[in-house]
Design a protein around this ligand. Structure first.
Ligand SMILES: [Zn+2]
Length: 176
């Protein structure tokens, strides 16, 4: 995976986690804009758009995880709408254009938002949510369960503690 795509992936994960931060969206949205770019050029309220599309893409993410047919259809329709036209008033074209010479369609995201949506689509099979911290993340390996080593370590410690408690209880019962 090239660096550009890795960056888009990182941005996507940060974006969908913004709606669920306890700190509210204003600060995180501004941090996001400083690190990446606005969802669309000439956006009048770029930070509000980060929060709004973060929420929309988070809902798409949930639909994929829930595997609910109705939710998935709605999520598909939402992505189709955004990828098909962008914002016609701002002259944003579709994210897909025909290339007859190469006999195929080429992906041509016009906005950062369309880039993020395409990444979500391509990563659909690797979308996940960490059972330890609740953050959305993209799996590197299909067996990945936690978002990172911190959360998998914490989960391991917890299960070890439970195991120790069980053993202690068991030993006590046998002593008395
Ligand atoms: Zn986690």
């Amino acid at each position: 995976m090239d660096r550009e795509r890795q960056r888009t992936r990182r941005a996507l994960v940060e974006l969908v986690n913004i709606p669920n931060l306890d700190s509210g969206w204003v600060g995180p949205a501004q941090d996001f804009l400083q690190k990446y770019e606005p969802m669309r050029p000439d956006s009048a309220m770029p930070d509000a758009e980060v929060a709004e599309f973060g929420k929309q893409l988070y809902e798409v993410w949930q639909a994929v995880l829930n595997r609910d047919r109705f939710e998935l259809e709605q999520a598909n329709a939402r992505l189709n709408g955004l990828l098909a036209a962008g914002d016609p008033i701002q002259g944003e074209g579709p994210a897909l254009s025909a290339d007859l010479k190469r006999a195929k369609f080429i992906y041509k995201p016009r906005t950062f938002l369309q880039k993020l949506e395409l990444e979500l689509l391509w990563s659909a099979r690797s979308l996940a949510r960490c059972p330890e911290c609740g953050n959305c993340f993209i799996k590197r390996h299909s067996r990945d369960k936690y978002c990172g080593s911190e959360c998998s370590g914490r989960a391991r410690n917890k299960s070890q503690k439970i195991l120790m408690q069980k053993r202690r209880r068991h030993a006590k019962r046998h002593r008395s």
